[in-house]
Design a protein around this ligand. Structure first.
Ligand SMILES: [Zn+2]
Ligand SMILES: [Zn+2]
Length: 347
């Protein structure tokens, strides 16, 4: 079969690889209909993990092609979406939809190691299918299904864990795909205002179209701009969706007394210069979240079905798997107004 393979630093190509197969009796094989490229795929692309020859992708939807003997909730032909994060599939945390909290310590992201080939491919084998693969209800389109595999749950949990209450001012720092999901989910909790911070003009314009107040951070004045917009108080809830040291420090610095900072940007710095004095004197709560993806489906699927949540227009680029090298370059370089890329493995 064909799959996107990380060939070297900043080089991804479509290659012929061994066919996907059942990972065990608790697994399924899914024929992929659409797969997305994620911001976290760029960490592999940039060589941050020092890996090569990985079959990429953790955001995919498709049709069940093969079912292991121990799988009880899925049948051949079911249209399904797959959690980008998986684990043992058999502990209480996994059954609760929280593979990040797996009691057996088997948390893993699909498509990030040679042992777990990813979903930017014609097919994928997924272990623990009863816990991590779910049928797509009829009313949910393919693009929304792909969003449910990772970034919409991440944005939702970022907003949920920001403790937004009705009337609050919310700041979203970073308006990439995850930040936009967080911005749309923040609206579910009744804020009076959402301030949206980025450095890319078309991303600021997108946030404005979604009803947020854009703040252009290119001059480095985002903290001052939030202070000015809130009469010096800061925002009750700040969602950080970039993951740079500076944007996390900025997010804390934008927070009002008794407010909450919710970090969903990826930052692996073990020695971040943390503005403890500021956080202490303002009684600020700082949270970070890796998405417990399946645990959000019970909330997000009805919200999508009812139209209360409409993450439309997230996929700006639809390309074939054969164009995956260009697709990564466009996404990485934020060329051509890209927000998120969808790949079709059939072309
Ligand atoms: Zn992702
Ligand atoms: Zn587990």
């Amino acid at each position: 079969m064909r799959a996107a393979v990380l060939l070297a630093e900043r080089s991804v190509g479509m290659e012929e690889v061994p066919d996907a197969r059942l990972p065990g009796p608790d697994g399924v094989v899914v024929t992929i209909e659409q797969a997305a490229i994620c911001g976290s795929d760029l960490h592999l692309y940039h060589g941050d993990l020092g890996l090569e020859r990985v079959q990429l992708g953790h955001e995919a939807v498709g049709l069940v092609a093969e079912v292991g003997a121990d799988v009880h909730t899925l049948s051949v032909g079911d249209r399904v979406l797959i959690s980008g994060v998986i684990a043992c599939g058999h502990c209480t945390s996994c059954w609760r939809g929280d593979p990040v909290g797996c009691r057996n310590g088997q948390t893993a992201v699909l498509g990030t190691t040679p042992e777990l080939p990813g979903g930017q491919a014609e097919a994928i084998g997924v272990p623990g299918a009863d816990a991590f693969v779910t049928k797509v209800p009829d009313g949910i389109g393919v693009e929304d299904s792909v969003l449910l595999t990772d970034i919409l749950p991440t944005g939702y949990l970022g907003a949920l864990r920001a403790d937004i209450t009705p009337g609050d001012t919310v700041v979203v720092v970073g308006l990439g795909p995850v930040g936009i999901m967080a911005l749309e989910c923040a609206g579910l909790f009744g804020p009076a205002r959402i301030l949206a911070v980025d450095v890319v003009p078309d991303r600021l314009a997108r946030a404005a179209r979604l009803g947020a107040e854009p703040i252009d951070a290119r001059d480095g004045g985002a903290v001052a701009a939030v202070a000015e917009a809130t009469a010096g108080r800061g925002a009750e809830a700040v969602i950080e969706a970039v993951g740079l040291d500076q944007t996390i420090i900025d997010a804390i610095s934008m927070t009002a007394v008794n407010g909450t900072v919710s970090v969903i940007g990826v930052n692996l710095n073990m020695a971040l210069p943390f503005p403890m004095g500021f956080a202490f004197l303002r009684s600020i709560t700082v949270r970070s979240t890796i998405a417990a993806i399946p645990g959000t489906w019970g909330a997000l699927i009805p919200l999508l079905e009812s139209g209360r949540l409409r993450p439309e227009g997230t996929f700006t680029h639809h390309l074939g798997l054969s164009e995956v090298g260009d697709a990564y370059a466009i996404f990485d370089e934020r060329r051509d107004g890209v927000l998120k890329v969808l790949l079709d493995p059939r072309r």
